[in-house]
Structures are given as structure tokens and as C-alpha cells.
Write a protein that binds this ligand. Structure first.
Ligand code: KG4
Ligand code: ZN
Length: 339
């Protein structure tokens, strides 16, 4: 019988201070998330300096709570998995330094984890992964189609050429005077509207790349033109039209890539995976492709958390990956480091 693997996950790449203990890469023993959203709201986005300061204040408390809730001691941990990048450098450094301090004090190895690898592995907390697989990663900073032929191997087959999907949601929300982060607000409005306003879809034929800045500008222009003409647009209809455009492109490209790469499983990952419209449309699309298993994590595992970092870290730990004590936060880390 092999011994259980207990991994402490630490995530501080943006505006959540998150720590978790995960058993064998799939069983959550604790998952603590201290969100800073309230502090950033009045600025309409994440302020890096404020994010770092909050992480410093929270990190020790959140680590202690995650350890206590999991009912384990440091001596029980096999490794510490920490988000190494990408993200805000000052924010990343708080998590990386906390990991190094625990590693040094308790002689526990560190595994550096790419944030997007974490989002993808959130799926392992709810489903067994079957390879080859395709993951649609949609977050505030990333929109990517990632092909995986096996555990820990990542190939980006398509990505956004400008704005990330979540970024477009947040900017459109700001135009509609909705609070930050705007994604969930647009999602709610869209559920009560009809997609009656014609908006562009950037297909970028022949590639799996995405583009959302043209769509974002089209929404902003639609609002300004209506204001100038003294017309009113129903925000619900604008939200529904914007969401239809985003979801249409995301789902069409995912289905096309899943067929071309003959994958066994498709995973949804990242904060925008919480989007109702996207979840429903993806589910409908894959109902017609029963040979491909679709996995969609629960909402709490879609947005930033540390259980996903621990889940990914377990895989890399078992593959023998270790970080040295000179580990640094890397804001532009490439996901293929794990290959
Ligand atoms: O993955 P995440 O928590 O942080 C990053 O790594 O970026 O994603 C945050 C993004 C934000 O842009 C937020 O507006 C978006 O995810 N988001 C949503 C929804 N919930 C969160 N976007 C659309 N619909 C939602 N329900
Ligand atoms: Zn994220």
C-alpha cells in the first residue's frame, strides 16, 4: 500500500490569499480563501500595491487556518505547492516566500506551480482525468485552449491575441456601471435578457486563437451611440448579446479542437468557467458528442483557490519536480515549464 500524499497549496497570484491541504491530489481536507475584492472594488480593478499588502497581512493566518481545518501538522506534509507565476509579481512573492519559510523551517520540499496548470487541475478535485484531453481556460488574465497528452504535459494550441475573456467581461461591466469584478453581474443580467443586439464574433479562421477587444469596443460604441441619440438600451439585452458572442466563439472553437485532436475529455477551467451561459452551452454542445467526457468544476473551484494548486502540485511532485530555495515569483511564467 502506498502512503497518502499530503500537499499544502498556496496561491497569492492576484487578489485572493488562498491556502489548502489536499490528499492524494484529489481529496480536499481544507480550502481557505481570503478575498480582497471589497478593497479593490472602489478602484474598479485590482491595485497591485494593495494586493501585496493584504497578502502580507493574511498569509500566516490563512496558512494556520488551512492546517488546523485539515487537522494535520507540518510533519504530515509531503510537499508545499505554490503558485510561481504568472500573476502580479509583488503578490506572487508573498506566497513564494511563505512557502520557502515553511520549507526551510520544517524541511519540506517545494513544488512551483503555474497558475493555469492549477486552474486545469481543479478538475481533478471532482473527476478523474482521461488523456488526451483539452482544457478551455478562461480567466481574468488568460483565454487558452490547452492540449494535454498526459499528466503534467501542456501544449497551448490557441490563445487570445488581445483581451482575455474575463477582462472583456470586466471592461464591458464597467461601461454598464456594474461593480468589479463584472463577470458575475453581466452573467446575471444576461439571464434576464435577449441577445437582440448584433455584435461581432472574431473567428480568426484557421487558428484556435481568440480575440475579444473588437467585441468589447463594439459594446462600448453601442452604449455611447445610444446615449448620443438619446435612446435607451436594455442592459439585460446588451449583456445577453455580449455573452452570446463570447460563448459562441469559445464553444465553437472548443468543439472543433476536441474533434480534431480526438480527445477523450474536455475540461473547463478559470474564473469565467463560473459563467452560467458558458456552462450551459458547453453542456449542450457535448451532449451531441457522447464519446467525449465534459468536466466542469463547481463554482468555488473555478475562481482562484489553493486546492487547485495543491492538486496540480501533487502531480508535479510525483513526477519528481522540486524547486530550490532561490525560487522566485515569475509574472510571465510559461506553462510548458512543467513539460
Ligand atoms: O481565474 P480568476 O478567479 O482569476 C484570474 O486568474 O484571472 O478569474 C477572474 C475572472 C474575472 O474577470 C471575473 O469577472 C470572471 O473571472 N468571472 C466571470 C464569472 N465569474 C467570474 N465571468 C463571467 N461570468 C461569471 N459568472
Ligand atoms: Zn486564476
Amino acid at each position: 500500500m502506498t502512503k497518502d500524499k499530503l500537499i499544502l497549496g498556496i496561491e497569492t497570484s492576484c487578489d485572493e490569499t488562498a491556502v489548502s491541504v489536499v490528499k492524494n491530489g484529489s481529496e480536499i481536507l481544507s480550502n481557505i480563501v481570503a478575498s480582497q475584492i471589497e478593497s479593490h472594488k472602489r478602484f474598479g480593478g485590482v491595485v497591485p500595491e494593495i494586493a501585496s499588502r493584504h497578502h502580507v497581512e493574511q498569509i500566516t493566518l490563512v496558512i494556520e487556518e488551512a492546517i488546523a481545518r485539515a487537522n494535520v501538522g507540518y510533519e504530515d506534509l509531503d510537499a508545499i505547492a505554490v503558485t510561481e507565476g504568472p500573476g502580479l509579481v509583488g503578490a506572487l512573492l508573498i506566497g513564494v516566500n511563505a512557502a520557502k519559510a515553511i520549507s526551510f523551517a520544517h524541511d519540506i520540499p517545494i513544488v512551483g506551480v503555474h497558475h493555469i496548470a492549477g486552474h486545469i487541475y481543479a478538475n481533478q478535485l471532482v473527476d478523474k482525468l482521461e488523456f488526451p484531453l483539452l482544457s478551455l481556460v478562461v480567466s481574468g488574465g488568460h483565454t487558452e485552449l490547452v492540449y494535454m497528452k498526459e499528466h503534467g504535459h501542456f501544449e497551448v494550441i490557441g490563445e487570445t491575441r488581445d483581451d482575455a475573456a474575463g477582462e472583456a467581461y470586466d471592461k464591458v461591466a464597467r461601461t454598464l456601471n456594474l461593480p468589479y469584478p463584472g463577470g458575475p453581474h453581466i452573467d446575471l443580467l444576461a439571464q434576464n435578457g435577449n441577445p437582440t443586439i448584433k455584435l461581432p464574433r472574431a473567428w480568426i479562421e484557421g487558428t484556435y486563437d481568440f480575440s475579444f477587444s473588437g467585441l468589447k469596443s463594439a459594446v462600448i460604441n453601442t452604449v455611447h451611440n445610444a446615449e448620443q441619440r438619446g435612446e435607451t438600451i436594455k442592459p439585460e439585452d446588451l449583456a445577453a448579446s455580449f455573452q452570446a458572442s463570447v460563448v459562441d466563439v469559445l464553444v465553437s472553437k472548443t468543439v472543433q479542437a476536441a474533434k480534431e485532436f480526438e480527445v477523450k475529455q474536455v475540461l473547463l477551467a478559470g474564473g469565467v468557467a463560473a459563467n452560467k451561459g458558458l456552462r450551459n452551452t458547453l453542456e449542450q454542445a457535448f451532449q451531441t458528442l457522447p464519446e467525449i467526457k465534459l468536466s466542469i468544476p463547481p463554482l468555488s473551484l473555478c475562481t482562484d483557490n489553493a486546492a487547485m494548486i495543491a492538486a496540480a502540485g501533487t502531480v508535479f511532485y510525483q513526477k519528481g519536480q522540486r524547486a530550490a530555495l532561490n525560487l522566485n515569483g515569475n509574472p510571465s511564467l510559461d506553462i510548458t515549464i512543467h513539460n
